[in-house]
Design a protein around this ligand. Structure first.
Ligand code: ATP
Length: 742
């Protein structure tokens, strides 16, 4: 026995606390019409979590609360407690006795309790489902409901049988898995769309990363080239400088010596007694020539310097021009605003498109790389200034050259004149001529050397600039040139010049690919790809769980199919026996049928518009699995259920209900006047079946039937006084008859 007691307080007609104790396998509840017997059956539904107020004959929740009577005010609260003996662990909870309670108030939702602790409805449902007790269960047959199973359509009938067979728990699991599967699919879609969203960004970042990588490679190439170039250049400058110094040493010494000789020769001549016009001319010619030659030297050097400067400015110019073609230009906001205004003005024009095009072209031309263009202008200006300087230096050089040749001619004439005089008194002059000739030759050699020295000086400055630029572009690494000069393999200067050109080319390419912040791009690319990989893994996981849910659903469906098939054949065995017993012969069975149903696809004209169709779609066809009842009455040719009499319907449904209960006995069954339509002979058979059924399930029967009452171990009488309260009293069988008929 699983049921111990039921306690009603304020529930429907039970205004005051009333308790029924179920000490027997069969408990009968008897009483006159309207005394409140069915309210007891409904109290069972209520406490087990029934959500349909209608199935408890109410419209609103408050219809379930004592509504007041003569001399007694309405209640505000209704509660029903059901106590289970759980020593056999019918309910999956670690208590020997379990009390379920449901309470309602007029103005609030239901409260549920298990052993006094408040729980959710879901907890109650789960606990009961595990014990094969459902709220709207097959085990509570309400008044007039006995033939519900006959009236039901094939699908409803199948559901009732499935419930009775205890398949609900699997269906519940299947539905839950289906819900989870749906949710998983939705999540998959969400993740997929997230991945789709970031895909273009990844593509973009990838391109940026490639640019960054290209820049890094270029920088590396530039670094190596720089190291080699600077190493070579520094060595070249050092050796060339040394060679020039060495080369200049002898002529410089010679020149000093010659100058000394010349000075002493001049002193001799000046102090000579034989000094005349010719010797004075010679002395002044010598100093003019010396002065002119020095001026010429200076001009030559100045020319060299200017040429050098022009050369390096031209190099810078080439680079600036290349950069200008790739640079991002910044344009003042006011200029953009003016452009927009002009476009607005043109909008109405017939030739708007062509004119706007022209407008944009001139806007682009006028704003192209303003910054670089400025710089280019400045450099070009500097070059011009230098060129003017060069021109005036060239002019000066021309003038001095003329002066020099004039002085040379004078010198030659004078020399010839003096040579003619065989007089020894001219020795001093002759010596001076000889010294001057040698000195001229030595000066010439030194002048060539000086030009080369100037060139080297310019090259050194250029080198310093290159080092500074290298440090800015690459870092102090380029200084490595100082370390291992000795390991250099000799090469032609041409190779180094080629290297320099290459260096410039790489610098330009570097500037082209610039503008991307390497660190940021790499970081963002890494983070975004990691996120993408994470999402991909997530999809993979979701796919796996979708697959395992699909498998689980399939397994559950197979299990349901098998259990259902087996259950039906077991029910049929019992059904056949009970039916034959009730009808004294004949046979009955359940058969699984598939019914093709046409489902109307009704669409309103608006809905058809919305999905873009104008011909109404065909109705959809779907198959539905259901249960049919076949009856074969003894001595009659009746086959259809519709042709049965009221009593025959009652007998058939009782046979079926009992058969189902026999196959999978619920812990208790409540039968509310299921026997109402039976005649005396059938009442006896019904009584036999009740007794049979009570071997497996505890029974609570509400009845007016004497035969049924006689099978009960405990009898409760319910009466209702004038005040409208239902009152419970435990009675003996003898009293029962009189109570029932009052
Ligand atoms: P029958 O033998 O005719 O089937 P019954 O014993 O099953 O009768 P019920 O249908 O259980 O009787 O009881 C109905 C009675 O309960 C009615 O008199 C009805 O007024 C009363 N009742 C129902 N709800 C309430 C309520 N909320 N407050 C007070 N009385 C109520």
């Amino acid at each position: 026995m699983y049921l111990k007691s039921l306690e009603l307080t304020g529930f429907k007609s039970f205004a005051k606390k009333s308790a029924l104790h179920f000490n027997a396998q069969v408990t009968a509840i008897v009483g006159p019409n309207g005394s409140g017997k069915s309210n007891v059956a409904e109290a069972f539904r209520f406490v087990l979590g029934e959500q349909s107020i209608k199935s408890m004959r109410g419209k609103r929740t408050e219809d379930l609360i004592w509504s007041g009577g003569e001399g007694s005010a309405r209640g505000n609260r209704a509660s029903v407690k059901l106590v289970f003996d759980n020593s056999k662990k019918l309910l999956n909870i670690d208590f020997d006795e379990v009390t379920l309670e449901r309470v309602i108030h007029r103005d609030s939702l239901s409260e549920y309790f298990i052993n006094g602790s408040q729980v959710r409805l879901r907890d109650i449902v789960e606990l009961l489902t595990g014990a094969h007790i459902g709220s709207s269960g097959h085990h509570i047959i309400s008044q007039g409901e006995a033939d519900r199973i006959l009236n039901a359509n094939i699908r409803e009938r199948r559901e009732m049988v499935e419930d009775a067979l205890g398949l609900k728990i699997f269906q519940y699991k299947r539905e839950e898995s289906e819900r989870k599967l749906e949710k998983t699919r939705q999540n998959m879609e969400k993740v997929e769309s997230l991945r789709k969203e970031i895909a273009p960004h990844i593509k973009f970042l990838k391109k940026q990363v490639e640019r960054v990588e290209k820049t890094i490679a270029l920088r590396e190439e530039l670094k190596n080239l720089y190291k080699e170039y600077l190493k070579r250049e520094s060595e070249y400058l050092a050796t060339t400088e040394k060679a020039l110094t060495d080369e200049g040493a002898v002529p410089r010494k010679d020149l000093e010596k010659l100058e000394r000789e010349l000075t002493s020769a001049k002193t001799v001549l000046e102090s000579s007694k034989h000094r005349d016009v010719k010797s004075s001319d010679l002395i002044s010619l010598e100093s003019k020539l010396k002065e002119a030659r020095e001026t010429r030297d200076e001009i030559t050097r100045a020319e060299g310097r200017i040429e050098g400067e022009i050369g390096s400015l031209e190099k810078i110019l080439v680079r600036e021009k290349t950069t200008a073609n790739t640079e991002i230009a910044t344009v003042e906001w006011s200029k953009v605003k003016t452009l927009i205004d002009s476009v607005d003005e043109l909008l109405g024009d017939m030739n708007a498109v062509a004119k706007i095009r022209a407008l944009f072209k001139s806007f682009l031309d006028s704003n192209k790389h303003a910054k670089s263009e400025n710089r280019i202008g400045e450099i070009e200006k500097e070059i011009k200034i230098l060129e003017t300087k060069k021109k005036s230096a060239d002019k000066g050089a021309g003038e001095i050259d003329m002066e020099l040749s004039r002085l040379s001619r004078e010198y030659n004439l004078l020399q010839k004149d003096i040579e003619k005089e065989k007089d020894t008194s001219r020795d001093a002059e002759k010596t001076m001529f000889r010294i001057m000739a040698v000195e001229n030759e030595v000066r010439g050699r030194l002048s060539v050397l000086r030009v080369r020295e100037d060139e080297i000086r310019l090259e050194k400055e250029d080198f310093k600039r290159e080092v500074a630029e290298g440090v800015t572009l690459i870092g102090r690494d380029v200084y490595a040139y100082e370390s291992d000069e000795k390991t250099l393999v000799p090469e032609e200067r041409r190779v180094q010049e080629e290297r320099r050109k290459n260096l410039e080319r790489i610098k330009v390419r570097l500037e082209d690919s610039g503008g991307v912040s390497a660190g940021d791009v790499m970081k963002e690319f890494k983070e975004t790809t990691e996120r993408d990989e994470f999402l991909a893994r997530e999809i993979n996981d979701l796919e796996k769980s979708a697959q395992s849910l699909t498998n689980l659903i399939k397994e559950l469906e197979e299990k349901l199919d098998t259990l259902f098939g087996e259950g039906i054949s077991k029910i049929n065995k019992q059904f056949k026996d009970f039916f034959a017993l009730m009808f004294g012969g004949g046979s009955a069975s359940l058969s699984v049928v598939k019914e093709k149903k046409r489902r109307k696809v009704a669409l309103s004209p608006e809905e058809m518009m919305e999905i873009g169709i104008d011909v109404a779609p065909e109705d959809e066809e779907e198959t539905e699995l259901g249960l049919d009842i076949n009856v074969n009455l003894p001595r009659k040719k009746i086959k259809g259920l519709e042709m049965l009499s009221g009593g025959e319907r009652a007998l058939t449904s009782i046979a079926l209900l009992f058969a189902v209960s026999q196959v999978n006995p619920p812990p208790f069954i409540i039968l509310d006047e299921t026997d109402a339509a039976l005649d005396e002979a059938n009442s006896k058979k019904y009584g036999d079946m009740v007794e049979n059924l009570s071997k497996h399930s505890q029974l609570i029967v509400i009845t007016h039937n004497r035969e049924t009452m006689s099978r009960a171990g405990v009898l409760y009488g319910i009466t209702m006084g004038r005040e409208g309260h239902s009152k419970l009293l435990s009675i003996a069988f003898n009293e029962a008859l009189s109570v029932a008929k009052k």
